[in-house]
Write a protein that binds this ligand. Structure first.
Ligand code: SF4
Length: 565
């Protein structure tokens, strides 16, 4: 009861606290943008935002006698903000706003303020008026791209516009429902939050004929730093991560230091007994760099979770995934996606004639029959049974995908888990650990709760939602590269593995090779079968988590469609 009371108190406090004037700019641009920034606290610093900041910094340098930067807050009005510039003309105080872009042209080709800019300067003018107690006649906006100055009068209509916007913003701040995407799709092309909002995908969810445009980069080209050497430490040096490798006393080598700019890093993966300083950990959290731990035996141990501000997203997730029917629907799609992926992969091996082809053919046909039962499964229990059948057929035939020339010790016999009993399973096990780590990274980036899944149950240490999402990527990101690399004779059975009685692990060399193979695979692009645009696998993981979230946001239907051809 106390928790609920304090949550309601915090909602009330949020509703009554002052709003940033710039948030009204976002509201006028698109209410969903306001919600994503102010309620879900999602920000991206894209090129336009940086350029805007540069412009303000340059203007500050050109300070003239009229320039005054002023921070204002008025609780009665409910606004706060920093005015770009304040000048006095003919005895009137006039707030100025500087914009990098061009003005809006009306039907007579006359320069006007854009609607969102108009609301912003009116809000500053009104805030000045009530805070300083002096009448304000107008605000002005300078558009630097076409060098135009637009005058915006503050009259009673303008004041009402500001008050109405504040009321709308306050109502949205208390809502748990993300507003729909804007009908004016041209706004999305210039919106910094398009990669998070995914407006085109939301439109596709409502209109199957819609042809979505990709509004974000195909790839995330930030590096994944795998720290594989035990004793290597990661520290911070200014805006860089500093990696210090231990000296090898027996080889007489000195410590080596490498520095990597933080903006070029997407994740730090600490294998075995690699270290990280608290300063570097905090720096990584501030920079949105995922930090993950993988044991020397290749087990995913956990991630540094520094999420803040995603409470609304998690509340919606709890609500949606508390519904068993909804979970069953998602689970059916997931099992179908993985099963079809497994079957399609086996189909790639069915070429030519011979025993292998015949065995693959039998498994492929039987899997087809099992897959027909998936959409009709009436409980998670029956779905688990079907998934078990599919896995047994798939792993029963997987060995037929290995080329005849591959040495016996690298061939696949049957699936076994921890500890792996053969080299093939050692490769699969390490690959699945890296995949689990990447899926966790995507879940934490999106801000969902990894412990709450829709299919896997919280039985093991691994977070159920991450286990759910992994199913989609096991075949393309692990099974296919493992089989491909074995068939290309890329593994040395002696030096890439360590054999201890019944257990087989990757050696240090083997882990380095596997990491390189896996990361190269993630750089490859794949055309999404539903959205029909291409993305690298590393981007696809985050996209898939966002598409999952859309399932309970009224924009569903796209999750779990990634099936290899
Ligand atoms: S991408 Fe489009 S719908 Fe989404 S917040 Fe931006 S403007 Fe609004």
């Amino acid at each position: 009861m106390n928790a609920i009371t304090s949550f309601l108190d915090s909602l009330e406090a949020t509703a009554n606290s002052t709003l940033r004037v710039s948030s009204l700019h976002a509201l006028a641009y698109c209410p969903r943008l306001f919600y994503l920034e102010e309620v879900e606290e999602l920000y991206t610093e894209d090129a336009a935002v940086f350029a805007g900041r540069r412009l303000h910094a340059e203007l500050e340098k050109q300070e003239d006698e009229d320039w005054e930067e002023l921070f204002l807050e008025n609780e009665e009005l409910g606004l706060r903000g920093r005015v770009d510039a304040l000048r006095t003309r003919d005895g009137w105080v006039i707030p100025y706003e500087h914009k990098r872009g061009r003005s809006y042209r009306d039907e007579h080709d006359q320069p006007q303020a854009w609607e969102s800019d108009r609301l912003q300067i009116l809000a500053y003018a009104y805030l000045l008026e009530v805070t300083l107690g002096v009448p304000i006649q107008e605000g002005r906006i300078r558009y630097h791209a076409d060098n135009v100055l637009v005058h915006v009068p503050l009259d009673e209509t303008g004041r009402r516009m500001v008050r109405e916007a504040i009321a709308q913003a306050r109502a949205l701040r208390c809502s748990t429902h993300r507003p729909p995407v804007t009908e004016n799709e041209r706004l999305c092309g210039r919106c910094s939050l398009a990669p998070v909002c995914l407006p085109e995908e939301a439109r596709l969810a409502h209109d199957q004929g819609w042809q979505p445009v990709r509004l974000f980069p195909e790839d995330d080209d930030r590096q994944i730093l795998h720290i594989l050497e035990p004793g290597t430490s990661v520290g911070r040096a200014g805006e860089q991560l500093k990696i210090t490798a231990c000296p090898n006393r027996s080889a007489g080598t000195k410590p080596t230091v490498e520095k990597v700019p933080a903006r070029q890093v997407g994740q730090v993966v600490l294998h075995s007994f690699a270290q990280i300083s608290t300063q570097a950990l905090r720096f990584c959290a501030d920079q949105g760099i995922g930090v993950h731990l993988v044991s020397g035996g290749g087990r995913y141990l956990g991630s540094f979770d520094s999420r803040q501000g995603s409470i609304q997203r998690r509340l919606r997730q709890y609500e949606a995934l508390s519904n068993p029917d909804f979970c069953l629907q998602l689970a059916r799609r997931l099992v179908a996606c993985r099963g079809q992926g497994q079957r399609k992969f086996l189909m790639r091996g069915r070429r030519g004639a011979g025993e292998a082809t015949a065995a693959l053919g039998v498994a492929i046909d039987q899997m087809k029959a099992v897959l027909k039962g998936v959409p009709r499964a009436e409980s998670l229990g029956s779905l688990l049974g079907l998934e078990g059948n599919l896995a047994a057929l798939y792993f029963g035939a997987l060995g037929e995908m290995i080329s005849p020339g591959v040495p016996q010790e690298l061939r696949f016999d049957q699936r076994n888990r921890r500890p792996p009993k053969d080299r093939f399973n050692a490769l699969l096990g390490f690959g699945y650990a890296l995949l689990l780590k990447d899926v966790m990274n995507a879940i934490l980036t999106v801000g969902l709760e990894p412990a709450l899944g829709f299919y896997h149950q919280p039985r093991t240490q691994a977070p159920p939602l991450a286990l759910d999402l992994m199913e989609i990527f096991r075949i393309p990101l692990v099974d296919m590269p493992v089989v491909g690399s074995i068939n290309r004779n890329q593994w040395d059975a002696a030096t890439d593995f360590t054999v201890c009685e019944q257990q087989v692990w990757l050696s240090d060399d083997g882990r380095r090779k596997f990491v390189a193979l896996y990361e190269r695979r993630k750089e490859e692009s794949w055309k999404h079968p539903v959205t029909e645009y291409s993305l690298t696998y590393r981007r696809l993981m985050e996209l898939e988590v966002r598409l999952l979230e859309k399932e309970w946001m009224g924009e569903g239907g796209l999750f779990g469609q990634l099936i290899i051809r």
